[in-house]
Design a protein around this ligand. Sequence first.
Ligand code: SAM
Length: 322
Amino acid sequence: MPQPSPRNKTLRVDPEERPSLGRALLPTPQHPLNALPEGILHARAETVLPLLPKSAVNLLFLDPPYNLTKKFGPETFPRQSTEDYTAWLDAWLEMLTPLLHPQASIYLCGDWRTSPSIHAAASRRFFLRNRITWEREKGRGARNNWKNNSEDIWFCTMGRQYTFNVDAVKTRRRVIAPYRDPNGAPKDWQDTGPGRYRDTHPANLWNDITIPFWSMAENTDHPTQKSEKLLARLILASSNPGDTILDPFAGSGAACVVAQKLGRHYLGIECNEDYCLAALKRLRHADTDTRIQGYHEGVFWDRNSKEPQTAAKSRRKAPHGD
Ligand SMILES: C[S@@+](CC[C@H](N)C(=O)[O-])C[C@H]1O[C@@H](n2cnc3c(N)ncnc32)[C@H](O)[C@@H]1O
């Protein structure tokens, strides 16, 4: 068997870690709960959602299987007709809506094929605010079609009032033309040690976030893992410290891990035990290491822009290299 590269940081759960991680799973609720539990629940979400308290969730992150035939561990999610996928998604939103606080925000992930279903199902219940297009960079090349390397993340709210912390999610970009005002002071940019930068309003086209890959400490074996930087941007914009985030398709736990790192409460539900254990292992690391790659000291760094040396150095000394 080929040995993985020493630079491969993909997180794996060793057999001897499974019992102790397994004990950290939340117990499966047997009756309606008065408060939302915090942690990772190994269950089919549809069996648990009816038992959760109403109006308790401030931010719903919904990253369901897309309408592709895709394997998640031993389970295969089969491709359906668009009508059937819309009905499937609608049934999930029907179960989830009562759990949402009147000022909650909702992010729904999909791709070009499932976006019409998301639009149809979400617009029946929520205010549609925007559609973020994420250029995730990697995608499978096609001989007779365009390579699909973008995803859609729909932003919705329950009501007219909702949290949006725009100053928390500005993007730091390198200044190409550093204009100065008549007194010689920087016009709308800052000189911050390693370079000249401007903090710009975040747009709905995201091209500064890669999918996690093997040399990143956050990477796991999950086939469709979202990156922590992406989750950090959503969570910082649309929740406040102490708020509660629900992720019913938690996968490798990206939303839960970032929620913990940013001081939010979270509940992740995932039907695959291996993914649950990987999420719990990530959460253990996050107890002592709250860094988020690409986000440092309140700033989202543009892809390939240089983070301050202190950040880069401390990253190299990361205690949790797996
Ligand atoms: C698109 S992935 C989510 C990836 C996740 N956001 C991450 O960053 O790792 C969808 C996940 O939903 C899980 N899943 C599918 N049906 C489910 C169900 N009925 N209840 C709970 N989890 C389910 C799959 O096992 C898969 O891990």
